[in-house]
Design a protein around this ligand. Structure first.
Ligand code: NAI
Length: 462
């Protein structure tokens, strides 16, 4: 018996997270009809369970630290405590406002919202609650979930993921953070600022191991100063329940006890049981394989966001969503340069980076072709006003463009936009050195770093 018809659209999009909703908005602008399907809230992980609520917690953490350190600015204040109900109300308020805005945008654009769990049942059809939605094109945008490790059972109480951590109604007295990647260092930063005793366990030899090695070392120095404990270079072995929490064991037998353990060992693609493979789509360890135009090679099916191998970042999802909508509309957009995607870790200190690390640049071009320059924020007026330490590291191809910009220190996330422009324009340091930066700003530090790299340092030694 044929299923009832939900309608035929230019595009049926499965998943309304950053990738899916960006595709929907751009497609609607291009006068394409769109059905946007999601079993949960529009906005996906980033808005409801990821970027936005986490960054709100990180901001509350910054306020707590600033209060503790207020004396150094001559301001007398005392941190009396953290009211998690108040912090959560602030966080949830931010999410609610953005959610309302997004709902309004989608409605205004006359996008057909289909609530419910969808499954690809034909190359042009997604079924939701027994109704079939047919698309001349289909975009898969089903996102990712928090991975765990074999034998490590997440119970949502003592062993938790970032999703549970965002909903905690108390500050844990102590926490083990399993994984010293982006999620790990961000939550370690929040909990420490809120007064918890935190230990990070990381299998690789350093924290934020995807970043330039010198940046990792700077984060580790800052964390040591903040008394955030971390043990690197030893994989996690097991976790047991204790009377009041958990005990984790790492290779070599060392143990750490705490009230909760946060599992932050990466995110896996949400692609199981959605009918993808049955329709002939190729998966590699669960990720959807596409060509550079994000086409799956099957029918008119495209994929965007965290299910496509590469950086699992909301802004990559947005860009891919826009790209596919334009591709379907026949605009032939230029393929996305994955190396040109900015990366930010919002811990204290923040890490922001673009392009190649020193090691990767040397591997790619040969060690003798690469120069680097480190500009210490000690020479930057605004950073001194903020009393932040850190540096900006530039990686360049000799007699060629800037290949990498790596920054560590307070508020470095705000500088990554300029770094991104410089990188994407394949600018030479000599060209960037001509740009005038307002004084005093932290942006000036980028300007100074480029002046120094171009051989004409102002407030720095080359
Ligand atoms: P991640 O890949 O950044 O870090 C996971 C860490 O866990 C790695 O350093 C890995 O070596 C470690 N690990 C894995 N197995 C281990 C074991 N057995 N014992 C000890 N350590 C082990 O993944 P994370 O932090 O979970 O984040 C997931 C994704 O979400 C990332 O792709 C990230 O880009 C994204 N995200 C981005 C944010 C941002 O842009 N600010 C914020 C939060 C997440």
């Amino acid at each position: 018996m044929s299923q009832p018809n939900g309608g035929t659209f230019d595009i049926v999009i499965l998943g309304a997270g950053s990738g899916g909703y960006a595709a929907a908005l751009r497609a609607a602008e291009l006068n394409l009809s769109v059905a946007l399907i999601d079993k949960a809230e529009l906005g996906g992980t980033c808005l409801h369970r990821g970027c936005i609520p986490t960054k709100a917690l990180l901001h509350a953490a910054e306020v707590a630290e600033q209060t503790r350190e207020s004396e150094q600015f001559g301001v007398k204040a005392e941190l009396v405590g953290i009211d998690m109900a108040g912090v959560n109300a602030y966080k949830d308020g931010v999410v609610a406002r953005l959610y309302k805005g997004l709902q309004g945008l989608l409605k205004q654009d006359k996008i057909t919202i289909v609530p419910g769990a969808g499954k690809l049942v034909a190359q042009d059809t997604v079924e939701v609650d027994g109704k079939r939605y047919t698309g001349r094109n289909v975009i898969l945008a089903t996102g990712s979930y928090s991975r765990s490790l074999p034998g490590l059972e997440v119970d949502g109480k003592r062993v938790i993921t970032s999703e549970h951590a965002l909903k905690l109604d108390r500050v844990p007295s102590s926490a083990i953070v399993l994984g010293g990647g982006v999620i790990g260092v961000e939550f370690a930063s929040v909990w420490k600022a809120f007064g918890a005793d935190v230990t990070i366990l990381e299998a690789l030899p350093r924290l934020v191991a995807a970043e330039d090695e010198e940046i990792s070392k700077a984060v580790e120095r800052a964390f040591r100063k903040r008394k955030i404990n971390f043990k690197v270079g030893k994989p996690f072995e097991k976790v047991e329940h204790t009377a009041n929490g958990v005990r984790a064991t790492i290779a070599g037998g060392e143990t750490v006890e705490a009230e909760v353990l946060l599992v932050a060992v990466g995110r896996g693609p949400t692609t199981a049981d959605l009918g993808y493979e049955q329709q002939g789509i190729t998966l590699d360890r669960g990720f959807v394989i596409t060509n550079e135009r994000l086409h799956t090679g099957v029918g008119n099916i495209y994929a965007v966001g965290d299910i496509v191998p590469g950086l699992q970042l909301a802004h990559r999802g947005f860009q891919q969503g826009i790209f596919v909508a334009e591709e379907i509309a026949g605009l032939r957009p230029a393929p996305i340069d994955e190396a040109g995607i900015p990366r930010v870790t919002y811990s204290d200190p923040e890490v922001a980076s673009m392009g190649l690390t020193e090691a990767k640049a040397k591997e790619q071009y040969g060690a003798d072709k690469i120069s680097t320059y480190n500009y210490n924020l000690g020479g930057n007026g605004k950073s001194q006003i903020l009393k932040t330490a850190g540096f900006i590291k530039l990686v360049r191809l000799n007699d060629g463009p800037v290949l990498g910009v790596h920054m560590v220190g307070a508020r470095m996330s705000e500088l990554v936009g300029e770094a991104q422009l410089i990188y994407n324009w394949e600018a030479f340091p000599e060209e960037v050195a001509q740009l005038i930066h307002a004084h005093p700003t932290q942006n000036e530090a980028l300007g100074e770093a480029f002046l120094a790299l171009a051989g004409k340092p102002l407030h720095a030694h080359s």
